[in-house]
Structure formats: C-alpha cells, structure tokens
Design a protein around this ligand. Structure first.
Ligand SMILES: *[C@@H]1O[C@H](CO)[C@@H](O)[C@H](O)[C@H]1NC(C)=O
Ligand SMILES: *[C@@H]1O[C@H](CO)[C@@H](O)[C@H](O)[C@H]1NC(C)=O
Ligand SMILES: *[C@@H]1O[C@H](CO)[C@@H](O)[C@H](O)[C@H]1NC(C)=O
Ligand SMILES: *[C@@H]1O[C@H](CO)[C@@H](O)[C@H](O)[C@H]1NC(C)=O
Ligand SMILES: *[C@@H]1O[C@H](CO)[C@@H](O)[C@H](O)[C@H]1NC(C)=O
Ligand SMILES: *[C@@H]1O[C@H](CO)[C@@H](O)[C@H](O)[C@H]1NC(C)=O
Ligand SMILES: *[C@@H]1O[C@H](CO)[C@@H](O)[C@H](O)[C@H]1NC(C)=O
Ligand SMILES: *[C@@H]1O[C@H](CO)[C@@H](O)[C@H](O)[C@H]1NC(C)=O
Length: 860
C-alpha cells in the first residue's frame, strides 16, 4: 500500500467514526446525505410510507440491504443490494453513500479499515456531485442524486431501478438502454431464503423483433413472443385496463417493457420465482395476501420449442403438436406418440420464384430474434419483400394496434409457434406453389390488373371430391394470374381483403394425415388409430407376462408398438355398453383433455368388439405402489409429496373447470395417480365414466363406480356425485400422501377412527405434525404440512357444500399464508364402521400394481 493510499484509508476511517458518532440513531426519513448512514434496524422510509429500506435477514445468519413494502405484513422484498455478499453482523455494518458520492456502499465499520463489503459501483463517468443524497422514492426506486435536484429528468447519478433483483415494479424498465449498454433484467433468488443470484432470468432480447425470454442458465425455457403493438404475442390475455397500462418502447437508444398502475390502491409486481416461474401478483387487502393472477410458463405449449421447427402447439389439439400445412413430422413415430420436438419438414421444397403464402390465424408469432422489421412498410410490400428473398420463410404485420401496420419477415426455421383460440394473430408462411394450390393460400401476384391489390386467394373446401375440383380450378386461375376465385357456397362477391379474412377461418386438411385413409371426416383423424394386430403382436397376444394390472374397466399391458416408445395399452372389457361411434366420440373428447397432470392418451384402436386405449407409459407406475411401499416410500420426500399434491390439485381443477368439458373423475385414488420419471403426478382413468356410458351409471345408482375409502358419503350412500365428491376423494388422497397410510385399512384406537378421523383428532389437538409419514424424514416445511392437512380436512368434510372447490384448493396450496376456514368433522369418521366387502378389497389388492388404471365396478 502506498503512503498516500494508507493516508486515505486512515482518513476514511476517521470520517466514518465521526459520522457514526453524529449519525441520528433512528432514521425514518426518506433521505440520507453523504455524512449519514444506516445500520442495525435503522431504515429509510419513502415519503408516503410505501417502501422501506434497511438491513434484513431471510435466514437469521446472513444480512442483506433490501427494499420492501412498508405496509404489507407479508414481508416481500422487491430489491436486494448485496445479493452476492451478505454481511454476517448487521450492527457492525453500515449502508451509505460511497466516497465519490455517486453510488451506495455497505461498509464493515468494525474492521479497522472500514472495508467496502459491497458497492453499487459508479454508473456515470466523471460526475463529481457536491452534495449527494440517497433517497428512497415512493415507487420503490433508491436513487442517488444531487441535493436539491428533485427532477429525474437530469438523470440520477445512480438508481436501483437500473439493477433489478427478481421483481419488476411499476415504472421500472425491463430491457436495454443501448447508449449506456445497460441491460435491466430479472434474476431469481436462489431459494425463498437465499437472495443470491438464482438460475432463472427474464431478459429482453433487442435483436430483430424484440421479445423477452425466460432462461434457465443457458437454456431458453419460455418466450413472451414479440411486442405486437398491444401486447406480447405469446400473452394473449395481456390487456391494458383502466388500472394497468403496458408500455413497450423500441428505438435507437432504448428497447424496454414497463407497466404502470393507475389505481393508487392497487399494488402489483412481476417476479421470477426461485423455481423458474414468472408470476404477476396483486395485493389483496381483504385477505391480506398476494394473489397471483398470471404466471408463465403455464402449459405444455409454453415450453420453448415444444413442437420443434415448423410445428404449431395447441393445447386443445390432440396431440398438442401439429405441423404447419405443407410440412410433415420429421420423425413421424415419435410425433404420433407425442414427442414433437424434432419438428416438421417441408413436403415440397420452395423453388424461389413462384412460391406463395398460407395465412395462419390465431398464432403466437415464431421466435423473432433474427427477424427483419420495418415499421413503415405495408403488409403488401412485406409480402412482396418476403416473396423476393429466397431465405425468407414467412411474414406478418409488425404493429396490430390499429389494424395492420409495418412488416416483419422471418428467415430460416420458424420456431416455437403456438395456436390460440382467442388472442393470437395472423402469420403468413411461405409454401411452394403446389402446396398453395393444395392448401389454399396467397399467391404472389406481380401485376395489379384486377385492381384488388396483390393478393390472390385460392382455397379448397373441407374435404371430399370438391377438393380436387376446386384445387384444379384454383391451379388454373393461379396459372393465368387472374381474379381470386370464389370458394364453396359463398355466393356474395366480396373484396379481396374480406375474402382473405373469411378464408383464414377455414384451415385446410393436413396431407400427412391422409394415410388414415379409412377416415374421411377431418375430425376423425385427430387421434392416431392403431391396428389391432399390431397391438396384439406387441403384447404377445395380451400375454400375462406383459400385464401391468387389471381393473374393472379392463386389463393394462406394457408394450412397444412397432418400434415406437413404450406405451401402456388398456384393453377395455367388452361390456362397456357403447357402440363404436359413441366410443370414438368419447375417446376423441378425452384425448382433447391435455394437461401436464393428466396421463396422455396417445391413440386408440376399435376393431370388431375390441376397444383399446393407448396411453403414455409412466415410469414409476402408480402413486400407491410407491407411497404404500416400505422400500420405496422414502423416495417421496416432503418436497416431492407437496409437488404431487399440488399437481393432482391442478389436474383435477383442469378437469372440473378449465377444460372445455366439465369432467368429474368419480374414482380418484392413489392407484389412479401415476408418477413419471421425475415423480410428477398424472391423473389417469379420467373420463371412464363417460366411456362406460353415463346413463348406465346413472340408471344404476346402486352400482356405484368408485372405491371405498375414497368415496364421499353422499356418493357411497345415495349415488349422488358432483365435483365435490371428487374433492372428497382428493382430500383423502392428501391425507394419505402426508401420512403414508391408506385411509381404508387404517384403523386407530380400537377401530374407532379411520385415517380421516385420526387426522382430524390430531389436528384438533394441535398435533397435526404427528400425522407426517416417518419416511418423509425431518426435512419438511411445517407450514406446508399443516396447510396440506388443513386442506385435506376441509375437502373431506361431511357436507358437500362445506368442501372447497378445486380452484380455492389450488389457490390455498400455492399461498404462503392463506386464510382458511376451520374444518368441520370429516365424513365417514367417528364411530362409524366402514362397510368393506372382502371381495372388492381383494380386487383392490391385485390392482395396486396397476400401471394405467384400476377402477372397481363394485356390484353390491
Ligand atoms: C450532514 O450534511 C448536511 C449537509 O450536507 C448538513 O446539513 C447536516 O447538518 C450534516 N449532518 C451531520 C450530522 O453532520
Ligand atoms: C456484531 O457487532 C456488534 C457491534 O459492533 C458487536 O457488539 C457484536 O459482538 C457483533 N456480533 C458478532 C456475532 O460478531
Ligand atoms: C462493482 O465492481 C466490482 C469490481 O469490478 C465487482 O466485483 C462488483 O461485482 C461490482 N458490483 C456490482 C454491484 O456490480
Ligand atoms: C414458483 O411459481 C410456481 C407457479 O406459480 C409454483 O408452482 C412454485 O411453487 C413457485 N416456487 C416457489 C419457490 O415459490
Ligand atoms: C392441424 O392443423 C390442421 C390445419 O393446418 C387442422 O385442420 C387440424 O385440425 C389440426 N389438428 C389438430 C389436432 O389440431
Ligand atoms: C435476404 O434477406 C437476408 C436477411 O435480411 C439478407 O441477408 C439477404 O441478402 C437477402 N437476400 C436477397 C437476395 O435480397
Ligand atoms: C403502433 O401503432 C399505433 C397506432 O397506429 C401507434 O400509436 C404506435 O406508436 C405503433 N407502435 C410502434 C412500435 O410503432
Ligand atoms: C414482376 O414484375 C417485374 C416487372 O414488372 C419483373 O421484373 C419481375 O421479374 C416479376 N417477378 C416475377 C416473380 O414474375
């Protein structure tokens, strides 16, 4: 150390000591000046007491300087200064303005030298403020500025908004200040107790047509889609309202996204949580809790690149991946078995002179960091531009906020598209001229002799012989470059624009599906039909060796059909009481139910009187085979159990509410929950009641579908079922998962109490934690366990009306401190022996090894 430096260090120390001596002890102003500092539990409070800044500790050992909401009891940190470098003794550390007066630092004032533990570093070169102050503003921004210079227009010397942690507050900018090279992005905490930088970041990419990505270190998880003038193309539900305004700015100097809240009573924040989900919360004063009203990624189609190049993901599709017209699956075997990431390949190459465009409606635009954007070009020029450049693969308008304006052209493979029923936008994909003829689309026309602009429309009707005729006509028309042709029964003459819109509503049949030649109605081809002989040979003629299990609806076999992946094949028992058409309808309907917590149906087979369903194969088989196994139950630690509970809840919510059809499962139980390779739960056997005919079950209320131990009292006794009877079964499952014990077959204290009664008794006595399965070990969150038990007990209450709906179950499970009513006594509990008939219980035993399904048709 040179003499001068030593002198300076000494001098600094002196100043610090002096300052400490004079510093006012309980700072509660919003400002500190250069000669003041914060230590211990001193805080800065913004002028209107919205935000507070000070030292905090999330784990009682490490101390951080952070900003939180002053008036929100559920302590929520929106910014952390020293994420990487926690201090271990908050009372010996101070937070203050740095030496040069243009940043903030944390110093260790015990150490003789007043070591700098953390520094925000200077951002403005060559500034030498005279009287710098640090101030916490009411929007949560900590700024360093010249005293008296209240306006932000001249620029702060430093501001925390330029260095976000995991939270985007109103007024903050997510994105780039290109002139300063400043990239403001969100980065998750490592864990809820550890604010150090986590694996997940949400960053704006300013290249091409700007959009934001959620990254897991170097891997893209999710893409917002580009800003289309109104919203991110991949967030169709995003709408500016009177309460909240979204802004996107993209020019030479800056590219950023931000939002503003106009309602002073509304508190909203966007965060990346430590497990990699983007979440938007608002504070609900009545319940004193944060309510999550948006999150992403939220479904399979949100997963980046789910369907590979030229694939379009649609959660209502079956399978979810579909190739763009003119393309077919690169790896058809995998594709039909629902592995779409290899994407699709062109059926006919472009010839680069006479190619045309097929309009696709309702899309999330493809990944666009290599796209070319011109805000001034018209859509027609855009089409011409794309037609004239061989490497251009598609185009769309760039700004749809006021009709269509601007131009975006894509080059190379089109990635990560998805289809929305509502809120997607138009995209034009380039296809060879013959595909345009086959699928209908826009042929680039050179002259505008027809006076209707440059778009010629050719199209074909839905199917049948008309296709050929129309295609031929279209081809001739296209050859002669004449007027657009009229389509189908549509006799009203329309303008080209109108007609093109009209056409867009009629998507065309994909040729790759034509191989199912026996089927000619387009809706017949959604679910792959397998050949009975292929299945019979794959299962060695349904040999017992391949059998995974047996239940009331039929037997389940494990096999591979013609080189495909391993699947589970369920051969339905022959008395399903349904005709072939009815059966196909039901299967098609069930195949449309798509959710990450439902087992996927990958195909079916109907031949003669054989009805077979083909499901994805689940590595860890059923939940009961793990949960109730002495050797395997320790695989389910608490975190996994909680994940299983939440997953089942989400799957069931989807069946009850979110899917397009209201489905009551009627036989939810541990053997109907399957676990994939990562022990994620998937509900199986849903919709069986439909396949086996609702009327049949209804007419025969004594012949109850269900399993004792899981059945709600009103269902078992009176044959009444509703969503609330599923909720009951869910409650039983929750208590089984927490305790590792079967409800049925568990008796406590002289057979007086079953598991439900036992759980309730412990709960009432405040000994809920005693219920926890010893196989879980000690590592669990008490809060989560108690929350689950309480939810379980609420679900098994005797009266259906008292039980919560699955939507509130899901909400409660995901809230840190939910407000929940106190459970009343469970159904089937005190002093009431449960009827068990030995034949059905034996049946159940043989079924616990079941892979896909077991349902007991219990005839009494
Ligand atoms: C700190 O400095 C300000 C002006 O910069 C002065 O008004 C104030 O009195 C000083 N406070 C102490 C404790 O020295
Ligand atoms: C923290 O610092 C205070 C004040 O300097 C000191 O009294 C205390 O012993 C320190 N605690 C630890 C654990 O070092
Ligand atoms: C400040 O700069 C130092 C040295 O370049 C670096 O180690 C530190 O991480 C920087 N601090 C922040 C908050 O960027
Ligand atoms: C992150 O958010 C997701 C979805 O909302 C949730 O399932 C997960 O538990 C959250 N993680 C944490 C650590 O809160
Ligand atoms: C696939 O796309 C075609 C049009 O391109 C459409 O007719 C068909 O219904 C889609 N299939 C599914 C399963 O979504
Ligand atoms: C096509 O566009 C790409 C990307 O903008 C450009 O690099 C290339 O030069 C263009 N080719 C032609 C023939 O204009
Ligand atoms: C999009 O169009 C609207 C209305 O025409 C305009 O106000 C807005 O500035 C445009 N956005 C961009 C990014 O050009
Ligand atoms: C379109 O017309 C222009 C001149 O009008 C001509 O130079 C060009 O080659 C034509 N392009 C096509 C694809 O026919």
């Amino acid at each position: 150390m040179s003499g001068a430096a030593a002198l300076r260090a000494c001098f600094t120390l002196l100043i610090i000591i002096t300052i400490d001596f004079f510093a006012t002890s309980a700072t509660s102003s919003d400002t500190i000046s250069a000669n003041e500092s914060l230590a211990g539990d001193q805080t800065l409070v913004s002028a209107n007491e919205v935000f507070e800044l000070g030292f905090f500790t999330p784990d009682s050992t490490n101390y951080y300087v952070g900003i939180w909401y002053k008036n929100i009891p559920d302590r929520t940190y929106v910014w952390v200064a020293n994420r990487d470098t926690p201090v271990t003794n908050s009372s010996s550390s101070v937070f203050k303005i740095g030496d040069k007066g243009d940043n903030v630092v944390i110093l260790d004032q015990e150490a003789a030298t007043g070591t700098v533990l953390w520094s925000s570093n200077q951002t403005k070169a060559n500034s030498s403020p005279v009287n710098p102050v640090a101030q916490l503003l009411d929007n949560g921004n900590l700024v360093v500025r010249e005293e008296g210079d209240e306006s932000s227009s001249s620029g702060f010397l430093w501001q925390s908004f330029d260095f976000p942690t995991d939270t985007l507050l109103p007024d903050m900018k997510l994105g780039w200040d290109l002139s300063q090279g400043l990239d403001r992005f969100l980065n998750s905490w490592k864990s809820p107790q550890d604010p150090s930088p986590g694996d997940f970041s949400f960053k704006l990419d300013f290249h091409g047509y700007p959009e934001a990505f959620l990254w897991d270190q170097g891997k893209k998880l999710y893409r917002s889609g580009p800003w289309n003038g109104i919203r991110f193309s991949g967030v169709p539900e995003m709408k500016s309202t009177s309460d909240i305004d979204f802004t996107f700015v993209s020019d030479q100097q800056q590219v950023y996204y931000s939002y503003e809240v106009n309602n002073p009573n509304m508190i909203s924040r966007l965060t990346v949580n430590s497990t990699g989900t983007l979440q938007r919360f608002t504070w609900v004063e009545d319940s004193k809790s944060w309510s999550m009203f948006w999150d992403a990624p939220k479904d399979q189609c949100d997963d980046f690149g789910e369907c590979g190049p030229y694939g379009i993901c649609d959660t209502n599709g079956s399978p979810v991946c579909n190739c763009t017209s003119g393309f077919s699956p690169k790896n058809p075997q995998a594709w039909y078995l629902r592995e779409g990431s290899d994407g699709c390949v062109r059926e006919r190459e472009l010839d680069c002179s006479s190619d045309g465009f097929l309009p696709l409606k309702g899309l999330k635009l493809p990944e666009s960091s290599n796209a070319f954007v011109d805000m001034e070009m018209s859509l027609e020029d855009c089409q011409k531009g794309c037609a004239s450049n061989c490497s251009c693969t598609g185009y769309s308008s760039a700004n749809i906020s006021n009709g269509e304006a601007g131009c975006v052209m894509w080059f190379g493979d089109l990635l990560d598209m998805r289809h929305y029923l509502d809120g997607g936008q138009d995209f034009y994909v380039k296809l060879s001229a013959s595909d345009i003829v086959a699928y209908g689309g826009l042929v680039a026309q050179n002259s505008s002799t027809n006076g209707l602009g440059t778009l010629a429309i050719v199209g074909i009707a839905g199917g049948g012989g008309g296709v050929l005729l129309l295609a031929l006509a279209a081809f001739l028309m296209w050859k002669r470059k004449t007027m657009p042709i009229r389509r189908g029964r549509n006799t009203e003459p329309k303008g080209a624009r109108e007609r093109s819109q009209d056409f867009l509503l009629n998507e065309v049949v994909v040729s790759s599906k034509r191989e199912y030649s026996g089927e000619n109605k387009p809706e017949d081809i959604e679910l792959p039909l397998f050949d009975f002989n292929a299945i019979a040979s794959a299962t060695k003629n349904f040999c017992d060796e391949n059998k995974l299990g047996q239940g009331g609806f039929g037997c389940v076999y494990k096999c591979r059909i013609e080189e495909g992946p391993v699947v589970a094949v369920k051969r339905l028992s022959k008395n399903s009481g349904q005709g072939i058409e009815e059966f196909k309808n039901e299967v098609r309907l069930i195949a449309r139910l798509q959710h990450r917590n439902l087992v996927r149906l990958v195909g079916c087979c109907v031949e003669m009187d054989e009805k077979i369903l083909i499901y994805e194969y689940m590595e860890h088989k059923s939940l009961d085979s793990v949960l109730f196994s002495k050797t395997k139950s320790s695989m389910l630690n608490w975190e996994r159990r909680f994940n299983v509970i939440c997953g089942i809840a989400r799957g069931l919510l989807y069946l009850h509410q979110d899917s397009r059809f209201r489905i009551i499962h009627r036989d939810l139980k541990a053997s109907n929950i399957l676990l994939d390779g990562e022990l994620n739960p998937k509900i199986s056997d849903f919709g069986m009641a439909r396949i086996f005919g609702r009327d049949q079950v209804d007419a025969n209320t004594r012949r109850v579908v269900g399993t004792y131990g899981y059945m709600a009292p009103e269902y078992a006794m009176d044959g009444l079922f509703s969503e609330k009877s599923d909720v009951f079964s869910f409650g039983v499952l929750v208590l089984e998962i927490v305790s590792g014990k079967k409800n049925r077959g568990f008796y406590y204290a002289n057979n007086e109490l079953n598991l439900l009664g036992h759980a309730w008794k412990l709960w009432k006595e405040g000994k809920g934690l005693e219920l926890v399965d010893s196989a879980v070990g000690d590592a669990y969150s008490m809060n989560e366990v108690l929350r689950c038990i309480q939810v379980g007990l609420l679900c098994v209450q005797e009266h259906a009306d008292d039980r919560p709906a699955m939507s509130s179950v899901v909400l409660t499970l995901s809230s840190e401190n939910p407000t929940m009513p106190h459970p009343k006594s469970p159904g089937f509990c005190l002093g009431r022996a449960i009827e068990t008939d030995s034949s059905s219980s034996k049946h159940d035993e043989t079924c616990t090894v079941n892979q896909v399904t077991v349902t007991i048709l219990d005839a009494r």
